[in-house]
Design a protein around this ligand. Sequence first.
Ligand code: NAP
Length: 294
Amino acid sequence: MSEPMFERVALIGIGLIGSSLARVMQRERLAGSIVACARRAETLAAVQRLAIADDTTHDPAEAADGADLVVVCTPIGAYAAVGEAIAPRLRNGVIVSDVGSVKQTVVRDLGPHIPDGAHFVPAHPVAGTEHSGPEAGFAELFEGRWCILTPPPGTDPEAVKKVGALWKRAGMTLETMTPAHHDHVLAITSHLPHLVAFSIVGTAADLEQDLRQEVIKFAASGFRDFTRIAASDPTMWRDIFLNNRHALLDVCGRLLEDISRLQRAIRWGEGEEIESLIEASREIRRKLIDANQA
Ligand code: NAP
């Protein structure tokens, strides 16, 4: 049998994304052993029950000790503390990566803790669901999706290649970009749609009790789709919004302008303007279907 890609892998955080990655590594035999780290006993009990790791620990430093790959899979707000905890235990040649949905603050929070002799390869597998925790994970989550790598300038190309190879085995296609570009692209494609979903569902929840029941009863597919997105984890999304503040506020401002434009066209009965705005959005949907990303 061929050697696994990594001897010992530490997954710091083992929720939807970490546990899906663990399942891929088991399926593909990519790790000699996997150690999973989380704060709560119930999380680690679930990991043991699901048998998706060889060892479990509450201590990020213990997890990182001796690992040749450490992947941080916690909400982004925990990164600085995790970095500080693991730093003294990182061995020479280790690759430290992550799965965070924002990349500039990951470089800011984790980067300074990576010692000389360790390789830092931030990554974002752009795949997910509205569910969280180790039970929610599945190995096929990443198939046919993009994984964006944002290695700092001067990162060892072999380490970047190895992290890329890992995500390719998960079925992902790779793209490399700067952290700032990543954050701008994701602000519009992922963070803004979530912001809109939380707001729309919040607006409905603010209506009178009677009306709210009607909203639930007659939830047509439009509202239903928003409630699915709005069911996402509050901690994770709080961290994404606060850590991608500038790019998100920029695209949010543009959205408000576009809503005003549509609002004005409706007020003044400008049917052609409304039709052309909708036609332009349909075109985007067609392109998405053509690109196999629908
Ligand atoms: P999740 O299901 O809520 O899992 C988070 C995991 O981190 C849990 O195992 C949690 O367990 C653990 N954790 C939290 N704080 C910790 C700490 N301080 N030290 C150690 N473990 C800690 O979240 P997720 O959806 O997998 O997201 C994880 C990361 O992936 C986030 O950075 C997110 O931006 C990114 N991401 C998410 C998606 C998505 O759609 N969900 C997609 C791509 C990337 P305990 O609570 O027991 O500690």
